[in-house]
Design a protein around this ligand. Structure first.
Ligand SMILES: [Fe+2]
Ligand SMILES: [Fe+2]
Length: 162
């Protein structure tokens, strides 16, 4: 099992988004840690996945609100990948609730999507989105985006209320 480790190439330059990615990584690692327990970890695994499930959805919504607000041209393709992840997390959440025996293959697949898939998504699509947002911030001198880049904006501000 791989842990979600932070590398410099995951930095997007937008603190709000970086903070959410890091928090997601902490939830993912807390989940993996339980997989190493000797005793039956299923009840705790389910609880840990509940957090991850809610948090990942919240993060995707944050990015989507920004894409909409700032007319991101590659929005459709990015949304399509978010929908894939949302569906996979929902399905996995259900499967974890129902399953009596967790197989090694199932856990490896979970680990792959939560770490490798997610980091590739950051390096590709999220970087393209945040590059665009930084450019818009500079060109339009958009104070909301500029604040977000500097990290004054915190999770829970009006970015999510759209
Ligand atoms: Fe994304
Ligand atoms: Fe993201």
């Amino acid at each position: 099992m791989k842990n979600f480790e932070w590398h410099d190439d995951l930095d997007t330059g937008i603190e709000l988004i970086d903070d959410q990615h890091k928090q997601y990584g902490r939830f993912a690692n807390a989940f993996f840690k339980l997989c190493y327990n000797d005793r039956d970890p299923r009840p705790e695994l389910r609880k840990a996945f509940d957090f991850l499930h809610a948090y990942a959805r919240e993060h995707l919504t944050t990015e989507e609100a920004l894409m909409e607000e700032y007319d991101y041209p590659q929005r459709a393709a990015h949304l399509e990948r978010h929908d894939y992840l949302r569906k996979w997390i929902d399905d996995t959440h259900e499967r974890l609730k129902e399953t009596k025996q967790l197989s090694g293959d199932f856990l490896m697949k979970i680990n792959y999507v939560l770490v490798e898939w997610f980091q590739e998504h950051i390096r590709g699509m999220d970087h393209r989105l945040t590059r665009y947002l930084r450019q818009v911030a500079a060109e339009r001198n958009d104070s909301k985006l500029l604040r977000m880049i500097k990290g004054i904006f915190s999770v829970g501000d009006d970015v999510r209320k759209k």
